[in-house]
Design a protein around this ligand. Structure first.
Ligand code: BV8
Length: 244
């Protein structure tokens, strides 16, 4: 892959590289992005309609089962070359911050050691009352099951629309955005806030903004470098080209 000289120099000389990822980096692991139409029972809904506290309050069973089916798909998926390339990059730069909007845990399974999960993780369950994690609960026909401690319904440990991001995660990501030399924005339509503000924060603070996406997004026009293509091939080629 022919890389622009300024990108090669910036990346190989970088003290701190940040990567912000979205659903697109998991597309080649077989997980649908949010722009793909939903299937099955949920075909008639948009994710934005289901991933909300109101939807869970109104139709807890439907929402619990939507997440249960997505969790099964996630557990059957494998990290792809894009996830593994970011894990390799983490070993090659002095400081590497990976912030993901994804809730599939594939970055960790690919070997990334430090992952900021901006929107939680579908494989974790928490009490919808007190918020503590619940690893297991007694078998029950009730859907969703209830917290063994307080009896409130259990819920996936993800951030729904209209909910705050975990403050520590947001703070760590925003700090990294303002400190990094290069901000790689990979596989995201850059629409959902506040995550979509991170690339702008980085660029304002002097970082080189690099987008990797097969399609243009609202960020493409302002990116310093736009590498057009799938992350599963672009990222391994980038790592091979920079760190042979
Ligand atoms: C908050 C977890 C407030 C759940 C998710 C109007 C204007 C601006 C903002 C708002 C507004 N109305 C409401 C808001 C706020 C809202 C928001 O941004 N809405 C959007 C729709 C406009 N944000 C929120 O509600 C956030 N919270 O603001 O709180 C607040 C403040 C104070 C106090 C209390 C509350 C919470 C947002 C988090 C929502 N949860 N996920 C779940 O998943 O079930 S968001 C979810 O959707 C994902 O996590 C992800 O972030 C987002 C989808 O985005 P992408 O990851 O980019 O995926 P997408 O499918 O869109 O794009 C895929 C991309 O990949 C494409 O570009 C495609 O070309 C590319 N691609 C495809 N294949 C490949 C590829 N790229 C590389 N390689 C490939 N092979």
């Amino acid at each position: 892959m022919k890389l622009p000289r300024p990108l090669v120099e910036r990346l190989t000389g970088a003290r701190h590289v940040m990567a912000l990822t979205g659903a697109g980096i998991s597309a080649e692991s077989g997980l649908a992005t949010y722009r793909d139409p939903q299937t099955g029972l949920w075909a008639r809904f948009l994710p934005q309609e289901l991933a909300t506290p109101e939807a869970f309050h109104r139709q807890p069973r439907l929402i619990w089962e939507w997440y249960a089916s997505r969790r099964q798909l996630v557990e059957r998926a494998e990290p792809n070359g894009g996830h593994r390339a970011l894990a390799a990059m983490e070993q090659r730069v002095p400081q590497f911050t990976l912030a993901t909007q994804n809730i599939d845990g594939l970055h960790q399974r690919a070997g990334s050691r430090r992952v900021i999960e901006l929107h939680g993780n579908i494989t974790r369950t928490r009490c919808s009352g007190a918020g503590h994690f619940v690893d297991s609960w007694p078998a029950t026909d009730e859907v969703p099951p209830r917290c063994p401690q307080c009896g409130e319904p259990l819920r996936p440990d993800v951030v729904w629309f209209g909910e705050m991001l975990p403050p520590a995660a947001w703070e760590a990501a925003a700090d990294a955005a303002q400190d990094c030399d290069v901000c790689l924005v990979i596989g995201t339509s850059a629409v959902v806030r506040p995550a979509a503000l991170l690339p702008e924060l980085a660029q304002h603070a002097g970082a080189m903004l690099v987008e990797i996406n097969p399609e243009p997004t609202p960020l493409t026009a302002r990116a310093d470098v736009a590498l057009t293509g799938p992350a599963g091939t672009m990222l391994p080629e980038l790592v091979r080209a920079l760190w042979p």
